[in-house]
Design a protein around this ligand. Structure first.
Ligand code: PGA
Length: 256
């Protein structure tokens, strides 16, 4: 199965950066340059406080809005939490779930991730589900095992129909924000493995359609070789998404 059949998807994870004003300005620059790259899906994920201001800029455009996390319950006494419906009504289409920073810094478990995915899908948000191994796990050759556990847990109880529009992201923890990027072959081999897990659970129809992003120190100068791998369908970009020029340059690399 080749990536030609899948439309690339590029998402910018702004993490805990940008005020609403800064976010709106960044979104505007992305939007202005996005016309140069029509043949892919583009998503920006500001912090919660910037969603409204960014949504106003993106309304009616081809750039989609995403959030960086949400709670697994629909409402209730969860101080500080944000629900899927709140995100949807603010204009979000996507939500990043299971990012390694949520898992390692905030103690999010595979079960939490699974519950969030169910809630997002039930509400009508499209999850971008992140998995990836630590440096220690890679060095002890447990990458596939770790990713298998994460994928199986994340997708537990999800129906074939719900997989439509869901995006997976392989993000080796040792490559996030470190400048240390997986080689295209390393990344593609894990993507291939993830696709085979999806095939085992949902069949070839779903596995050939699902988009799997790579994330971890993706920059304009390494994007092309990563994104030209057959099983890599886009990128989840942290640091390089905070400048419109580098974000758009990565998008261009995805379609070149
Ligand atoms: P990075 O972050 O591009 O800054 O490595 C990627 C991510 O955490 O999604």
């Amino acid at each position: 199965m080749t990536s030609e059949k899948r439309r690339p998807i590029i998402a910018g994870n702004w993490k805990m950066n940008t005020t609403p004003e800064e976010g709106a300005a960044l979104a505007e620059s992305v939007l202005n340059q996005s016309m140069q790259v029509p043949d892919l899906d583009m998503v920006v994920c500001p912090p919660f406080t910037g969603l409204h201001a960014v949504a106003e800029r993106l309304t009616g455009s081809s750039v989609s809005l995403g959030a960086q996390d949400m709670h697994w319950e629909s409402d209730g006494a969860y101080t500080g939490a944000i629900s899927a419906k709140m995100l949807l009504t603010l204009g979000c289409r996507h939500v990043i779930l299971g990012h390694s920073e949520r898992r390692t810094i905030f103690g999010e478990s595979d079960d939490h991730v699974n519950r969030k995915i169910h809630q997002a899908l039930t509400t009508g948000l499209l999850p971008i589900v992140c998995v990836g191994e630590s440096l220690d796990e890679r060095e002890s050759r447990r990458t596939e095992q770790v990713v298998t556990v994460q994928i199986r847990a994340a997708l537990s109880g999800i129906s074939e129909g719900q997989m439509e529009g869901l995006v997976l992201a392989y993000e080796p923890i040792w490559a996030i924000g470190t400048g240390r990027v997986a080689t295209p072959e390393q990344a593609n081999s894990v993507h291939h493995h993830i696709r085979s897990l999806v095939e085992a659970q949902f069949g070839a129809h779903v596995s050939s359609a699902i988009r799997i992003q790579y994330g971890g120190s993706v920059k304009p100068d390494n994007a092309h070789e990563l994104l030209s791998q057959p099983d890599i369908d886009g990128a989840l970009i942290g640091g390089a998404s905070l400048e419109a020029d580098s974000f758009i340059a990565i998008a261009q690399a995805a379609v070149s």
